[in-house]
Design a protein around this ligand. Sequence first.
Ligand code: TRP
Ligand code: ZN
Length: 890
Amino acid sequence: MREGTAPLVRREDYTAPAFWIKTVDLTFDLDPAKTLVINKMTVEPNPGQPGAALRLDGEDITLTRVLVDGEPVTFRTEDQQLVLENLPQQPFTLEIRNTCAPEKNTQLSGLYTSGGGFFTQCEALGFRRITYFLDRPDVMATFRVTLKADKRKYPVLLSNGNLVEEGDLGNGRHTAVWEDPHPKPSYLFALVAADLVRREQRIVTREGKEHLLQIYVRAGDLDKTEHAMNSLIASIVWDEHKYGLSLDLERFMIVAVSDFNMGAMENKGLNIFNTKFVLANPNTATDVDFGNVESVVAHEYFHNWTGNRITCRDWFQLSLKEGLTVFRDQQFSQDMSGSLSARAVKRIEDVRTLRQLQFPEDAGPMAHPVRPDSYMAIDNFYTATVYEKGAEVVRMMHTLVGDAGFVKGMDLYFSRHDGHAVTCDDFAQAIADANPESELAKRLDQFKRWYSQAGTPRVQAHGVYDAENRIYTLTLTQTCAPTAGQPEKAPAVIPVAMGLVGMDGRQINLHLEGRLDPIGHNTVLVLSEPSQTFTFVHVPVEPVPSLLRGFSAPVVLETELGDDALFALLSHDHDPFNRWEAGQKLALRRILSAVHGNGHIELDARFIDAMRGVLRHPELDAAFKELVLTLPSEAYVAEQLDVVDPQRIHTAREGIKLQLARALHTDWEWAYESNHDTGAYSPDAVSSGRRALANLALSMLVLDAQVRHNQVWPGKALQRFKDATNMTDRLGALAALVNAHSDLAAGALERFHAQFKNEALVIDKWFTLQVTAPEHEGKVFARAKALMQHPDFTLRTPNRARSLLMALCQSNPAAFHRTDAAGYVFWADRVIEVDAINPQLAARLARAMDHWRRLAEPYRTAACEALKRVAVRTELSDDVREIVTRALQD
Ligand code: TRP
Ligand code: ZN
């Protein structure tokens, strides 16, 4: 933490380093209070910058000696850099000795302690907190690492690569030496020294190579590692099969740690995971957790090629590895899910995340391009834009070149850039060059605006049917609102997957004017002008356009479709994504008219019947039904409004939910009974979909009973809660009671806590559940404040802090946005408190106020005051300072 403001780092200022570091030999004498680091490097001057000074980054470490070619030299330290001048013009060795204090490292960046062990986190700028280095991703070196530590306390000593030596040092200490043959940037360095147990498995790949896979966890967690191991093996098989990319290491390790800022980290050969994304068994983890473990394990594994073998030239290129790797993990999870319907469910979930996190980001003060132009703290740019929108950009390329073309593009990308640090331009160029005839290659420069322009484009669709000539003309128009620093936007290349559907549900054969042959029921229109008209001929009946199928571009689509057309799509569209979308649009319309009215509307029978039709449908999968019958979130509703009154949105949405609960009462009963499984637990798509629908039904039944003062369904929920044989059902039943504010909730919560008091990840759920309940007379907010005093609560473990703070401030708008401003006062106090411990975490929490300008009064003024209270403090991390300054800028 320091005073004043860090300067902005700008993409256009990139220059190659003045020196290269080729090899690193690190020795760690591990001690929680004072760890000694000996760092011997071979350094080569960059001939392009002769005579330049060597500036090594270092932060919160104590320097004890510097030797060049074995001789002491003069040096100076300057603003967190060690500066060496008059260095040899040929390769030389540089030895640095320094110490650091892992147990004092509460920011969890660099070398820190957790649960009595040592762990590292070096992305993005953590390595400089371990030793002085050229801490930038374009400097790649081979590492040899010697670890020395107490044998009893730290029996397991791990680092990247291969174990080459182990030994006893006497005095109760031992050592291990690791060598990583692959040159890597410092952000991929890792070490672990701790008391851990492991699950391991040997596998043989198609080429006949043997590999050792290991998952390290604390004693007691071994029974939660099977799913992660299965996911890892499936990822290895998939990447080999889909992209021809095989594991390039003899040994691949995953280590679980309870204190971690993000999800997981792809360190070469030694992935370090937040326990939340590796540990899972049916008793402690829900279906959603199982899905997350599968996709995060895959994500980190896929980074071995897209991120580690080919890395980023500078941090502005972050989406080069993150967008691409998210796209790959999404593809993988879809392939793992089985049926077509399950694939659509996964796509819908991904789009829901994008809309809930990325669209608001793109419309607020933190709006930035997928490849940002400047930052104060890079940790603030591990965002939904870089990850999720970045993945959508890769997906659009995939759509424009086709699946086989994309695989060819990936091949070319690896043959050109393997072993190098490159840019987003290099990636797009490789995909285009491998597909010279594609729409992508034809418009590559324009397509790349997706990397440089922030903001969500809006596409308007206008269709006219000429019955006499059987012609349908579709006009698509695109616009994009200005964002900070980008007043003017140029048109993007937008692939619009589409089809035409008759009101009766028939799929119309598409025949574009000027083309000889019809093109089937599906096509991709490419919108690249501000406005374009597409003419379809031989259209037998007035069609309903089904546009942006599968959500083929990250845009907001405005259609002029009336309810009739939307009901037709909901019951007939062959594209499951658009079927779901039509249902959401119908629900959204009704919620919005309640928001605009007096907070209440009477649901029309047609909507209720349509929802019943989906719920009772004999062919649709349970998972899909659950998605259709879940109303758009309060955050998504807020997205549609220029002035946001969170209380009004809450009242409107809750009112409609209650009507659905009541009107479909017997249908919910049927859905609950008919999706109740009792067999052995399996996290597959079909079973988890059935549980999701049964749990939704149960929550609707309990909600309705609560309002009617009927105890039958709350009683059944309590019974299910007690009898459940897996966490999904147990938590589902508990949530039904808690969310309906049932009298039975308190006892159930107590019982749940007693049963799982030793399972940290389950206790996190216990906190979250209580603070995300629908607000009712201020009770939820009061409970959140009280829970801060609970003996299990701590701000020092990010998972625990998030389980209460993020859950309340980000995920429960009606509890957070209060007319008395108490939520904002609470927020400001916590941001300041957490910032002194962990700036990265504090900055995430700070973002809860991003959208303050769109709030209605009295929220807006009160939110602004709270932001200013934080912003005026002199003691503030760069991370939080950047967020609050941007929020207040106009
Ligand atoms: N590269 C990691 C991923 O996406 C992200 C990550 C893990 C990270 N830990 C971090 C980013 C700490 C910033 C700071 O898989
Ligand atoms: Zn990643």
